[in-house]
Design a protein around this ligand. Structure first.
Ligand SMILES: *Cc1c(COP(=O)(O)O)cnc(C)c1O
Length: 426
């Protein structure tokens, strides 16, 4: 068996492979810690599946109204027990992460209520949901006001300003775990817990919701273990394990989740309707695989950080920092380097490997955007993918990889393309 020989068929040079192996030699301890978390989280998911007696009838398809859907009900119990919440809403009818967050917010905020983000601006797509950027059907249109407290320059919570911002109208506090496309640090579950405790001390009945996108199974605990009333995310990221073809989840208190179900379907119907359309095998099996798939993606992110750091590129997080999501930002410094990087990721893909990514305009962005994705599920970002707006500082955001081995090859090929374009020195 010769890795060098088989990798040559992808156009990977022995020099780049050797560099990769040299970087990997120092990562044994990091990888062992990631494996340990995965082992714990795997047991958590397994216990939830056993407790709820997941069995063959759970995988049957339902259509139409979907009344008495045993599999759907058990999947929701499995999510609830894994996240240690009283209730969960897990549905293919939730079309994406933004939709799940929209349901959670609009179900639990009424006209006259105020929403507070104590961690700076939320993810791009939520700005229209809230109405920070005016949009039809935004929360603002329905009379929900919004307040924001930015992080301190060093990335810490501005506790004094948060205390001042919480008022009689403050109904819900939204906390985004992952940095998204910002350059702030992502938050550990422990830090999120401290923030929730602080807010609830000031206003005990305030609801705390965590946007958990990209954070699931990165740690042994979730924000719902440290006081969050709702945790929300997308099934085409971590918890879908790469197998879920669509969907979103909301885990939380019974009162919050009930309202989400009434908002998603209709008042009075709630969780009782919603056919599973034959998707439950993928949703169960994907959730079962999610801890190890997330671990593979995390290893890829740690490897990329260390490799690119060695090549002299700024990376966030850096090679040694602890991780709270699966995103890796790499500042490449030029348009050409972003294109070369994305070509490498695309060249490693199992799907669409023959296409070449090019920058293009995208709705909602003021500059061209480049994306590399050769995914089984369209737009899935638990699969190996990279993207970034073509503007200074010319950073790509890299994430995913259904297996560590695939993530490794993609990252090595990205370095190969940069080296071939004369944009990185091996
Ligand atoms: C991906 C993401 C979302 C939105 O999810 P979509 O599925 O793209 O709609 C929201 N918040 C964060 C932090 C995300 O990473």
């Amino acid at each position: 068996m010769n890795l060098s020989t088989i990798y040559k068929q992808f156009g990977l040079s022995p020099a780049v492979l050797a560099l990769g192996e040299a970087v990997l030699a120092d990562l044994e301890e990091r990888f062992a810690a990631i494996d340990q978390t995965a082992e714990y989280d795997q047991a958590k998911v397994l216990l939830a599946m056993q407790k709820n007696k997941v069995d063959a009838p759970c995988f049957a398809a339902t259509t139409g109204y979907g009344y008495d859907d045993v599999g759907r009900e058990k999947l929701e119990r499995v999510y609830a027990d894994t996240f240690h919440t009283p209730a969960a809403l897990v549905r293919p009818q939730i079309t994406c992460g933004t939709h799940a967050l929209t349901v959670a917010l609009s179900a639990n905020l009424l006209p006259g209520d105020e929403l507070l983000s104590p961690v700076g601006a939320p993810y791009d797509t939520l700005q229209e949901v809230i109405g920070i950027r005016p949009s039809p059907c935004s929360l603002a249109e329905y009379g929900v006001t919004y307040r924001q407290v930015d992080l301190r320059p060093a990335g810490g919570f501005d506790y004094d300003a948060i205390r001042e911002a919480i008022n009689d109208k403050t109904k819900l506090i939204t906390i985004q775990r992952s940095k998204g496309y910002a350059t702030r640090p992502s938050f550990s579950v422990a830090r999120i817990g401290e923030l929730i405790a602080f807010c609830k001390k000031i206003k005990p009945d305030v609801l705390c919701m965590v946007d958990n996108c990209y954070g699931e199974f990165v740690e042994a605990v979730e924000p719902s273990d440290v006081g969050a009333d709702m945790v929300v995310g997308s099934l085409i990221k971590n918890p879908g394990g790469g197998l879920a073809p669509i969907g979103g989840y909301i885990c939380g208190t019974k009162e919050c989740v009930d309202r989400c179900a009434y908002r998603l379907s209709a008042p009075g119907l709630g969780q009782e309707v919603g056919a599973n359309l034959g998707l439950l095998p993928a949703l169960f099996q994907g959730f079962f695989l999610a801890p190890t798939v997330t671990a593979g993606a995390l290893k890829g992110a740690v490897f990329a950080a260390n490799l690119y750091e060695r090549l002299g590129f700024p990376v966030i997080p850096n090679g040694v920092e602890s991780r709270h999501d699966i995103i890796q930002a790499i500042t490449l410094g030029s348009r050409e380097a972003m294109i070369a990087f994305c070509k490498g990721i695309q060249a490693a893909a199992p799907v669409d490997s023959y296409v070449s990514p090019v920058p293009a305009p995208m709705p909602g962005y003021d500059s061209d955007v480049i994306m590399a994705a050769g995914a089984f599920v369209q737009g899935s970002s638990i699969e190996l993918s990279a993207d970034g707006p073509i503007r200074p500082p010319y950073a790509v955001y890299f994430q995913g990889g259904l297996t560590w081995q695939h993530a490794k090859l993609g990252i090595l090929l990205s370095v190969q393309k940069l080296a071939e374009a004369g944009l990185a020195t091996i």
